[in-house]
Design a binder for this molecule. Sequence first.
Ligand code: COA
Length: 177
Amino acid sequence: MSEENAYEPFIQDKVYDEKIAVYPGTFDPITMGHIDIVTRSLEIFDKVIITVAINPAKSALFSLEDRLQMIRDCFPADEERISVDYVDGLLVDYAYKRGATAIVRGLRAVSDFEYEFQLALMNRRIEREVETVFLMTGLRWIYISSSIIKDVARHGGDTSGLVPDHVCEKLRHKFMT
Ligand code: COA
């Protein structure tokens, strides 16, 4: 084998029919920032699996089923490139089993970087076949998080425009006195 094509078999092994990405998060609830990441991921990947991670360290406001349904309701039912699922185990194992080659994460600010760097490196250590891809969060959504939105809603503030209308309604209902 010549020097020039020494890596050819390796590269050929990496040819997949379709490029699938997993977009994980707590999504408690999904926000416009998350939707922006999904939409932009579809410019890069053929399919995106939005995956709600069950994280016992975070006590969620919404049940898993509510979170999954709110995500489903954000996208047209016939959009075959998006699917919605959950994971209750190691994310990277899940991604590998689903045939995904990447985990997508949104970066909002430098403060996100350290944690994301740690996650990405640990995931890579466990499974080298799955890469982490970071997208910069859209400037309009740089300051939002699910927690800050819940806090605004809890105190009767207006969250419209920051979350889809059906999520806004769910939040209003949740905090109705
Ligand atoms: N727009 C708006 N908000 C955004 C955002 C964006 N583009 N990107 C992130 N956020 C916010 C989220 O709303 C969330 O806000 P909150 O903390 O107020 O709820 C926050 O940023 C970070 O959260 P999220 O993306 O939901 O991730 P997480 O830190 O809750 O969970 C997982 C990270 C799911 C990737 C990680 O826990 C995991 O992999 N779990 C599976 C188990 C596992 O494999 N563990 C080993 C990991 S090495």
